[in-house]
Design a protein around this ligand. Structure first.
Ligand SMILES: *Cc1c(COP(=O)(O)O)cnc(C)c1O
Length: 230
């Protein structure tokens, strides 16, 4: 029997499959990050029962509480704004940080990863739309920052890019934002840094994941379509 989350998941999978086939992609290449912010452990367990095993959190304290109860039964990604003084609480626990968007944060992640003798996987968050309210590297800063990270942060592994599209009534208007992120990842790939992989394009949320898939997303960060409204 499908629980409510299972029903939601079936709908999402169908929409992902449709968007993937429309753009000639294999839906198997697309991973779903269930953004479980504001959802309690019981709700996350329901989602695990429905087959989900990758969760995204956007607040360190909330992540820490849930991690204390669920631990490594699932994979965790950190998707929200990360303050420097909280970096130590996620390094070594999350499998991927989606939101590295400024160099001081890179230095701190590198430092904490070094202390734990580990390498932390990150995505570079890019503020493609240039909205002031959004964090992330500006388009012009990304490539120089990749150079700096490669040179000065051996405990960071760059695995791709992430962006958050502007909130709009018509998701079609965000298509160029997603296309731009994909182009940027191709440029970085072309630089051929040995320690940088452009494996992941993290883009697409409840409102716009169909378009994101059509534009090449392979990590979708979806909250409300899975769990219902917060
Ligand atoms: C909340 C959040 C999401 C999920 O948003 P939904 O609209 O609920 O799908 C994705 N990414 C980030 C960074 C978020 O904070």
């Amino acid at each position: 029997m499908l629980n409510e989350i299972g029903v939601n998941l079936a709908k999402i999978s169908r929409r992902i499959n449709e968007a993937a086939s429309k753009s000639g992609r294999d839906p198997q290449d697309i991973k779903l990050v269930a953004v479980s912010k504001n959802m309690d452990v019981e709700r996350i367990r329901k989602a695990m029962d429905a087959g989900l095993s990758l969760f995204g959190e956007n607040k360190v304290q909330e992540f820490t509480e849930k991690y204390g109860k669920i631990g490594n039964e699932v994979e965790w990604h950190f998707v929200g704004n990360l303050q420097r003084n909280k970096v130590k609480d996620v390094v070594g626990k999350v499998d991927l940080i989606h939101s590295l968007g400024r160099m001081p944060l890179a230095k701190e992640i590198n430092k904490r990863a070094k202390q734990k003798s580990t390498v932390t996987n990150v995505l570079l968050q890019v503020n493609i739309s240039g909205e002031e309210s959004k964090s992330g590297f500006s388009l012009d800063d990304v490539l120089p920052s990749v150079h700096s990270i490669v040179e000065s942060c051996p405990h960071i592994a760059v695995k791709g890019l992430m962006t958050i599209a502007p909130l709009t009534e018509d998701p079609e208007t965000v298509r160029p934002v997603f296309a731009e992120l994909r182009k940027l990842s191709e440029v970085i790939e072309g630089e051929g840094f040995p320690s940088v992989d452009m494996d992941y394009l993290s883009m697409g949320m409840t409102n716009d994941f169909r378009i994101a898939v059509e534009e090449g997303a392979n990590l979708l960060r979806i909250g409300r379509a899975i769990f219902g409204s917060r």
